[in-house]
Write a protein that binds this ligand. Structure first.
Ligand SMILES: Nc1nc2c(c(=O)[nH]1)N[C@H]1C(S)=C(S)[C@@H](COP(=O)(O)O)O[C@H]1N2
Ligand SMILES: [Mo]
Length: 197
């Protein structure tokens, strides 16, 4: 079954196409550098920081976790939006429950193979739509779009969705990720045009 999250804009009192965005049929690739290589035997996804249970999943272990498929829109801060992306993966909410995140945690940092980081308040992560994705439109996620595993955040600009994600760190203070340190918004709500901070 495919859950439809393309009405998420209603929650933010906005149109499906956020202000200042234009729709594209293409799916451009935007990365700060080269697409990193990875090794299936060595790859791991780790959950750390302010949690009762640190978690580490190998590639096959991660793929055995219960998955969902959702139809979502994708909004890039540079101005393009791609509607109707069908993503399959593991809800971050499942990982948050399993790790038993501490009551003191209020912020999250995502880590990636290319050294990219991005941060979000915990409340923006612990919600429907935030997925750890390994398939798009029924195919294995392409390497340049973040395969083997990426995050998607349909309620935020897409720089909040870490490609090649290898870890999620729960924090008790707010720290800034790669683009957030360079002037992009920490909150990144497309319907308020929170592009820069
Ligand atoms: N690891 C990593 N994740 C990343 C990036 C990156 O450079 N490295 N770029 C971000 C930016 S700025 C955007 S707009 C989206 C683009 O995703 P796409 O290349 O699949 O379109 O990925 C985000 N996630
Ligand atoms: Mo971006």
């Amino acid at each position: 079954m495919i859950d439809d999250l393309t009405d998420i804009h209603a929650e933010f009192d906005g149109d499906r196409l956020p202000p200042g965005q234009r729709q594209t049929e293409r799916f451009p690739v935007l990365s700060k550098g080269d697409t990193p290589s990875w090794d299936r035997e060595e790859w791991a996804f780790e959950v750390c920081g302010a949690v009762a249970e640190q978690l580490s999943f190998g590639y096959d272990e991660f793929r055995d976790l219960p998955a969902v498929t959702q139809r979502q829109d994708f909004h890039c801060v540079t101005g393009w939006s791609k509607f109707n992306c069908v993503f399959t993966g593991v809800p971050l909410t499942d990982v948050i429950s399993e790790a038993d995140v501490s009551a003191e945690a209020n912020h999250v940092m995502f880590h990636a193979l290319d050294g990219y980081t991005t941060d979000l308040p915990l409340s923006d992560c612990d919600r429907d739509g935030v997925l750890l994705v390994y398939e798009r439109d029924g195919d294995e996620l392409q390497a340049d779009h973040g395969g083997p595993l990426r995050v998607v955040t349909p309620h935020k600009y897409a720089y909040k969705g870490t490609k090649w994600v290898t870890g999620v760190e729960f924090l008790t203070d707010s720290q800034r990720g790669f683009w957030e340190k360079r002037g992009y918004s920490s909150t990144a709500n497309p319907w308020n045009e929170e592009r820069y901070s």
